[in-house]
Design a protein around this ligand. Structure first.
Ligand SMILES: [Zn+2]
Length: 415
């Protein structure tokens, strides 16, 4: 099973926007670019909202049938480990093996020695096509890096083989992710990781490193764009080298997690992809739910009431809701609007405060981030919320499709 050169993570909290999301990829196809949809939902998200992996599969299949989508599509078990992979086996055909927690766990000396012996070629002056400067790698450096990463990649190997034993090799797409760590990986670290992935026999088609800068949920990139651009290009160069040297799948490409809304780095990403003729997998951060809120607010009436209630409750429960996302959000409570003031907003003002339009004077990224993690409140509203999604389906669908196509697909792959 092959993912395709460009792929895009969709999937939504409440499972109502499959069709509206896929419509954006249909538009992309009509505009001349094939982007494979990947429905993803993490274990954390399932747990908070009370859904099951089978629900995502049902949503994807229904959307594909409704849109007459004839291309490939996948259902991603996002950020899974050995402890929770079993519940995803049946419904998923894309697995994101999360090994971040295992990075730095001491590897066995025999494994480190074996790695260094096998990859002795990396020692000395190493030139990688596409990276201007050569790297000097000593044997001791390589040992340190192997000790840092080999145990984590061995864990990925265990998860991969477990899935392969149930689904059969070649019946699913594999991603290895280590984005949820503190420090970004250097090009040489990336090279060591890819060598270890090859040694484990993991046919990774995507790899998600940690980039420098902050990838907060639902808002723009925070960091030095130049540093990011250089790092991104170096990673592409390392991947091309690793495919040739270690025999990894030719399709191997970068996966950018929480990649939605990172508008300020789309231009350097696009430039780098063209330069290296490389593919990309971009995972979104579940922000389609915010388009639902924008649609509800814009619809007015009960829709706007619900949107305001979600905000009021989310503010009251801020600590609880932000807890699971503490490392990937940045909210200044003093910048949040008073719910008494919000109570007097009309739908247009609510939508403008929430919509990620950096040029809009009313856009408030603190407000947006709090609502982003506030989906638990909507989940607890149950049928009142999902009923409103159905009642205002047309308005919401337009926002969902426009967000993905105009703000994401076009600047990344088309403009
Ligand atoms: Zn991730």
């Amino acid at each position: 099973m092959k993912l395709g050169k460009y792929s895009f993570g969709i999937g939504d909290r409440f499972g109502h926007q499959g069709k509206a999301q896929l419509a954006a990829l249909v538009k992309a196809k009509e505009a001349g670019v094939d982007v494979t949809p990947v429905w993803n939902k993490s274990y954390r998200e399932h747990r908070i909202i009370g859904t099951k992996p089978g629900d995502v599969r049902a949503e994807a299949d229904a959307a594909v049938a409704a849109c007459g989508w004839t291309g490939a599509y996948f259902v991603d078990a996002d950020h899974i480990g050995l402890g929770n992979v079993d519940q995803f086996i049946e419904a998923s055909d894309f697995f994101t093996l999360d090994v971040a927690d295992f990075i730095g766990r001491p590897a066995e000396k025999v494994d480190v020695d074996a790695f260094v012996a096998k990859h002795a070629k990396l020692i000395g002056t190493l030139e990688i096509e596409g990276i201007g400067k050569a790297f000097e790698v000593g044997e001791a450096d390589l040992k340190v890096l192997a000790a840092k990463y080999v145990a984590a990649v061995k864990e990925a190997g265990k998860i991969y083989r477990h899935i392969a034993s149930k689904k059969g090799a070649g019946q699913f797409v594999t991603e290895v992710s280590m984005d949820e760590t503190d420090l970004p990986q250097t090009p040489i670290e990336m090279l060591v990781i890819l060598a270890a992935i090859a040694d484990e026999g993991i046919p990774a088609q995507t790899v998600a490193p940690k980039f420098s800068g902050r990838f907060n949920k639902g808002v723009d990139y925070v960091g030095d764009r130049e540093v990011f651009a250089r790092e991104f290009e170096q990673d592409l160069a390392v991947i091309a080298y690793a495919v040739k040297e270690f025999g990894l799948p030719a399709e191997l490409k970068l996966s950018v997690h929480s990649g939605s809304d990172k508008f300020s780095i789309y231009e350097p990403i696009q430039r780098a992809l063209r330069k290296f003729d490389a593919g990309l997998h971009l995972k979104t951060a579940g922000t389609t739910w915010l388009e639902e809120l924008i649609g509800l607010a814009s619809a007015g009436g009960e829709g706007l009431e619900i949107a305001k209630e979600v905000y009021r409750a989310a503010l009251a429960r801020m600590e609880e809701l932000c807890g699971p996302y503490a490392t990937v959000i940045d909210i200044k409570p003093g910048k949040l609007p008073d719910p008494e003031v919000v109570a007097h907003w009309d739908g247009s003002l609510f939508a403008q405060a929430l919509r990620h339009d950096p040029f809009c004077a009313y856009y408030n990224h603190h407000f947006r981030q709090l609502l982003h993690v506030g989906y638990k409140v909507a989940a607890e509203m149950g049928a009142r919320f999902t009923g409103a999604l159905e009642q205002y389906e047309d308005t919401i669908a337009e926002h969902v499709t426009t967000n993905i196509y105009d703000r994401h697909i076009r600047p990344l792959f088309l403009d």
